[in-house]
Design a protein around this ligand. Structure first.
Ligand SMILES: CCCCC/C=C\C/C=C\C/C=C\CCC(=O)SCCNC(=O)CCNC(=O)[C@H](O)C(C)(C)COP(=O)(O)OP(=O)(O)OC[C@H]1O[C@@H](n2cnc3c(N)ncnc32)[C@H](O)[C@@H]1OP(=O)(O)O
Ligand SMILES: Cc1cc2nc3c(=O)[nH]c(=O)nc-3n(C[C@H](O)[C@H](O)[C@H](O)COP(=O)(O)OP(=O)(O)OC[C@H]3O[C@@H](n4cnc5c(N)ncnc54)[C@H](O)[C@@H]3O)c2cc1C
Length: 560
């Protein structure tokens, strides 16, 4: 994040100076935004950067305990520099949050520079790999930096101390977060597909209970309940991959537009990255835990790979924007779009469907049989109607409040659901678009088509309340969707293992005895147990000190 921050907010000159140093690891940088007292509310940060025209320097200071930087990854032990976000004060006026490059440690011996106090914030959730990340705490006591270490692409402070705003939107200050949020969506698919690969492979190996005619035991993957819990997660892994690819395209497109000062798609980029980050990370965190349960008792062993995957993954719901906070950003943009519908302004990009308001508010779903749900046009329209009607309902309810902000606050739980509906529509749409493209490989398209339908109909089934409450579907149509879903699971079953093998993960990368490619699970589990340090001794440490006296005493008592 240090590098993208300099790329996005630094002038060409600043980029020329700092980026080669970072690329060659001659300096190590971190992204120091969050403080002890404020993370979500970036405008509430308290660290100050006060310009001193006498010396042509900024004085970086932490005025309160709550202004201590808290969480930045790489800060605690490794970083020599940070991009620090602080309130810029010049000529006695507070101009709000800006980025500054600040050296923290000596390049000679790595000791903190004068006025800098820093360290690691301590152990984190689980005993997994995230504890190898040195998330840190940082305080400044009037630390001076040259004026040219303010990141000056978006605004500048002159030698005289005059504040000059460039003609670019101030939201570009948040550009690094937009970049990382789109990477996090791609990362969600990776984490989810790892968990699903382990659970599918193991479910094909694991057998429980005999068949009714006394034949061999049943692979747990053949249980309908196992399929109905697992196959939607498999479909989600593919869905997130495709929407992640599309989001990467959108981000690249926005970046190219920004270079020629076209800011028209900035809002779209913010809404899509924030919303997709929130929906995909929440779904992935839940799915990894579900995969653990799908592996029964063995899923709880560290050697299954799932506990560590969960512990490392779950903060994704919080970092780079708490998911609820991000969904409320999407909701704000939805409300703005709804309010502009009456003025005739045509929504664009992923909001374009809202332009069909007249039709979608009254449309009746034409599904009559379970097979009708295989028609992508029916799926698309049902998701569009649900999302639009939820947004319009929210807007109408907010409109009845005494003021907009109060209404937004009161209706925020409904707004969250409306935002989720909009984002799920994007995921479904991008999956449908994907399966309409040319897809090489015999039968691959058909499999992707099945997964696309599983993702859409499972999402519909899970959120059926939304579809019914908005009148987008009848209860009968909801039941038909569920009936079709069951048929789809049966079609996915013969290819389930191939569909996870297609992720092409090595055993080393998966790090799971349950998810081994060769399926040799039981010998591997048995062997793994013996590697436990507890098994290095037969008689445990502490036996003579604690257990023996206790056992002896019991023996004496029983002889009395
Ligand atoms: C690099 C490779 C990555 C690989 C990825 C894999 C894994 C990643 C691994 C680890 C990640 C590790 C660490 C994570 C690091 C961090 O967590 S860094 C800290 C991140 N912090 C946050 O995300 C804070 C969340 N808060 C915010 O984003 C914002 O402050 C806010 C919630 C959006 C509110 O801001 P505020 O200024 O109050 O805005 P307001 O609501 O008033 O909106 C003003 C207008 O600005 C628009 N807007 C808001 N955000 C953006 C944006 N990002 N881009 C564009 N526009 C934005 C908003 O829509 C408003 O527009 P109007 O037109 O005025 O309505
Ligand atoms: C592993 C990890 C790595 C991190 N790395 C970095 C880093 O490198 N650099 C950095 O600067 N930061 C980093 N962070 C900080 C991270 O970005 C913040 O923790 C995150 O943005 C959430 O902010 P917060 O902690 O202030 O949560 P809070 O905002 O305090 O959230 C607490 C609760 O309040 C709710 N809430 C908050 N505001 C609202 C609202 N307006 N409406 C409704 N509900 C609300 C939230 O939903 C949540 O339930 C990291 C955090 C973690 C966990």
């Amino acid at each position: 994040m240090f590098v993208p921050a300099i790329k996005g907010q630094g002038t060409e000159e600043q980029q020329k100076k700092w980026l080669p140093l970072a690329y060659k690891f001659q300096i190590i940088g971190c992204y120091a935004q969050t403080e002890l007292g404020h993370g979500s509310n970036v405008q509430g940060l308290e660290t100050t950067a006060t310009f001193d025209p006498m010396t042509d320097e900024f004085v970086i200071h932490s005025p309160t305990l709550t202004s201590s930087k808290w969480w930045p990854g790489g800060l605690g032990k490794a970083s020599t520099h940070a991009v620090v976000y602080a309130r810029l004060i010049t000529e006695g006026k507070d101009y709000g949050i800006h980025g500054f490059i600040v050296q923290l440690r000596s390049l000679e011996d790595h000791s903190p520079l004068p006025g800098v106090t820093l360290g690691d914030i301590g152990g984190k959730f689980g005993s997994g790999a995230y504890n190898s990340m040195d998330n840190g705490v940082l305080r400044f006591d009037h630390v001076r930096i040259p004026r040219d270490q303010m990141l000056m692409r978006l605004s500048q402070v002159t030698r005289e101390g005059k504040y000059v705003q460039s003609d670019v939107p101030k939201q570009l200050l948040y550009g690094t977060m937009v970049y990382v949020r789109q990477s996090i969506v791609a990362d969600a698919s990776k984490a989810l597909s790892r968990a699903v690969c382990i659970a599918v492979r193991y479910s094909a190996i694991r057998k429980q209970f005999g068949s009714q005619d006394g034949g061999p035991e049943t692979q747990v993957l053949n249980y309908r309940t196992q399929q109905s819990r697992l196959f939607p997660l498999l479909a989600s892994a593919y869905a997130f991959r495709f929407v992640g690819d599309w989001l990467n395209w959108l981000y690249t497109d926005v970046t190219q537009k920004l270079e020629v000062k076209d800011y028209s798609t900035l809002q779209e980029a913010h809404a899509c990255t924030a919303g997709l980050k929130a929906v995909t990370t929440s779904a992935t965190a839940d799915a990894i835990e579900e995969c653990r349960k799908l592996c029964g008792g063995h899923g709880y062993l560290n050697s299954s790979g799932l506990p560590e995957l969960f512990a490392v993954y779950v903060p994704a719901c919080t970092y780079e924007g708490d998911n609820v906070v991000l969904l409320l950003q999407v909701a704000r943009i939805l409300m703005k779009t709804v309010s502009q519908l009456t003025s005739g302004k045509q929504p664009v990009g992923t909001m374009a469907y809202m332009g069909k308001v007249q039709h979608l508010m009254q449309s009746k779903c034409a599904v009559k049989t379970a097979e009708d749900w295989l028609n992508p046009a029916f799926i698309q329209e049902a998701f569009e109607a649900r999302a639009l009607r939820m947004a319009v309902n929210c807007a109408q309810n907010i409109g009845q409040a005494s003021n907009q902000e109060e209404g937004f606050y009161e209706r925020s739980p409904d707004l969250l659901e409306a935002a989720v509906a909009h984002i799920q529509l994007i995921i479904v749409t991008k999956f449908i678009e994907k399966v309409h493209q040319d897809i090489p490989g015999h039968g691959v398209k058909e499999q992707l088509q099945n997964l696309c339908n599983v993702y859409a109909l499972y999402t519909l089934h899970k959120h059926l309340g939304d579809f019914l409450a908005t009148g987008s579907l009848t209860p009968k149509q909801g039941a038909l969707a569920n009936e079709q879903l069951g048929k789809l699971y049966a079609q996915v079953r013969p290819n389930a293992v191939a569909l996870v093998d297609a992720f092409n993960y090595t055993d080393h990368y998966l790090g799971s005895v349950l998810g081994r490619y060769d399926g040799n699970v039981y010998p591997a589990l048995y062997e793994e147990a013996w590697k436990d340090p507890l098994n290095e001794t037969v008689v445990p440490e502490g036996y003579h000190e604690y257990l023996r006296p206790l056992l002896k005493q019991q023996l004496k008592l029983s002889r009395l």
